[in-house]
Write a protein that binds this ligand. Sequence first.
Ligand SMILES: [Zn+2]
Length: 57
Amino acid sequence: MSHSSPTPTGATERVRISCPGCGRSDHVDWPTGQADLLYRCFNCHKEHTLHRRGSGH
Ligand SMILES: [Zn+2]
């Protein structure tokens, strides 16, 4: 950790989620600093808005 550059635009985190629709576990590239993410499940073919855990509440 020698560099002190700010978070680059377009940076993402690998986040493990479970589909609200079918419960399937998946990993998504979640943009750093973004609270919500639109997730399309390839299993149940539905779109869900996911909310990042541990942010605020
Ligand atoms: Zn699903």
